[in-house]
Design a protein around this ligand. Structure first.
Ligand code: NDP
Ligand code: MG
Length: 394
């Protein structure tokens, strides 16, 4: 039996890496649906290679263009657009596994739909979990979904946790875990003089030293908001208290994260900084399959370095810890303000240092509430975005 896969965000960095792994194993995987937002030519080429039953894009116009391109290629593929269609292909009976690789809050609805439908959910879209937290984890456990982390740190932690942990919830309570140590490269500005950070350009910010990723997560890595979102992600995925999650800068990105146990043992997962490794791990779990990634050559790397993060240089990391401590909708507010700020930075409307200032202002002005249901969460998300935009325009 082959696994039938929906790839949400197929045209992105994670989506493309996922398709590369799938292409190595045609006997194990077939593609049920591919989705993109606006890059229809790329999606059309992917459809030609992987022959999905369905394709979804962002708008009616994009759907018309895609239909025309597919017709030219002689392909009969159902094309739809919009959030409802994304949710449909994430929850369809014809699909077993969903790669959740849309960027940002736009991925929340389809990723939740996959959890509600009890799918095997491969979670790259950390923003969805950061926003919805316990609501998402409850949807996973109530509907018998299986959640496997794709984010390299969380995938590493998953691999370092005891195998006695239930594969349904991955909770680590009472398993002798003392700490979870998330490693971070420190991004492109680890050594840059702090007083010059206000002048950095989007091109400099997205030039990550080790990883090749989409633009939004690359900026998040430069501010270290990415690590902040990952702290929140780890809290929900593994049910660990905020005080049990440490961040350690490790510029080589070879150790992807570690679990420290009460007896003094520390277990780490190592590998090349290439997302095809965690993708292959999650796709095949509990089996192991080829990912196309070259073996790790530690003798050549020779040296691994570590240092503590500096909250002055990376205030976004501190803001994320604060949001997690505040609880309720605070992480959703943090995430929404960050998405607005990063977009404004990439559009050259604000400087790099305004990103953290804007997020701090929104968190300060908009009180978090308890998160009772999805509607209240989406209202808070919208309120935070509106407030961030108002702050920007003033
Ligand atoms: P990219 O920007 O490269 O790709 C994003 C994908 O989402 C594209 O397919 C894009 O379509 C689609 N998309 C964008 N906006 C929307 C929208 N409004 N509605 C529906 N689809 C949309 O991002 P990445 O692949 O880098 O990241 C994806 C997710 O994975 C993020 O949440 C990121 O944090 C996480 N992640 C990424 C890692 C990486 O190495 N890249 C590592 C760990 C986590 P289109 O191409 O048409 O715009
Ligand atoms: Mg990561």
């Amino acid at each position: 039996m082959t696994q039938r896969i929906t790839v949400l965000g197929a045209t992105g960095s994670i989506g493309v890496s996922t398709l590369q792994v799938l292409a190595l194993h045609p006997e194990r995987y077939t593609v049920y649906a591919l989705t993109a937002h606006s890059r229809v030519e790329v999606l059309a080429a992917q459809c030609e290679q992987f022959r999905p039953q369905r394709a979804v894009v962002g708008t009616a116009d994009a759907a018309l263009v895609l239909q025309r391109l597919l017709r030219q290629k002689g392909l009969m593929i159902q094309v739809d657009y919009g959030t409802a269609a994304l949710c449909e292909v994430a929850s369809a009976a014809e699909c077993d596994t969903v790669m959740a690789a849309i960027v940002g809050a736009a991925g929340l609805a389809p990723t939740l739909a996959a959890a509600h439908a009890g799918k095997k959910v491969l979670l790259a879209n950390k923003e969805a979990l950061v926003m919805s937290g316990q609501l998402f984890m409850d949807a996973v456990s109530k509907n018998g979904a299986m959640l496997l982390p794709i984010d390299s740190e969380h995938n590493a932690i998953f691999q370092c946790l005891p195998s006695t942990i239930t594969q349904q919830t991955q909770q680590v309570r009472n398993q002798g875990v003392a700490k979870i140590v998330l490693t971070a490269s420190g991004g492109p500005f680890l050594k840059r003089a702090v007083e010059t950070l206000e002048f950095v350009t989007p091109e400099e910010a997205v030039a990550h030293p080790n990883w090749s990723m989409g633009r939004k997560i690359s900026v998040d890595s430069a501010t270290m908001m990415n690590k902040g979102l990952e702290v929140i992600e780890a809290h929900y995925l593994f049910d660990v208290a905020v005080g049990q999650i440490d961040v350690l800068i490790h510029p080589q990105s070879v150790i992807h994260s570690m679990v420290s146990y009460v007896d003094g043992s520390v277990i780490a997962q190592l590998g090349q900084p290439d997302m095809r490794t965690p993708i292959a791990h999650a796709l095949a779990f509990p089996d192991r399959i080829q990912s196309g990634v070259a073996p790790l050559d530690l003798a050549q790397i020779a040296q691994l370095n570590f240092e503590l993060p500096d909250f002055e240089r990376f205030p976004c990391l501190k803001l994320a810890y604060q949001a997690l401590q505040a609880g309720g909708t605070a992480p959703a507010i943090l995430n929404a303000a960050n998405e607005v700020a990063v977009e404004a930075f990439l559009n050259r409307e604000i400087g790099f240092r305004v990103i953290d200032q804007l997020i701090a202002r929104v968190m300060d002005k908009l009180p978090a509430t308890s998160m009772s249901n999805l509607d209240s969460l989406l209202m808070q998300d919208k309120a935070a975005r509106d407030l961030a935009r108002t702050c920007l325009s003033s």
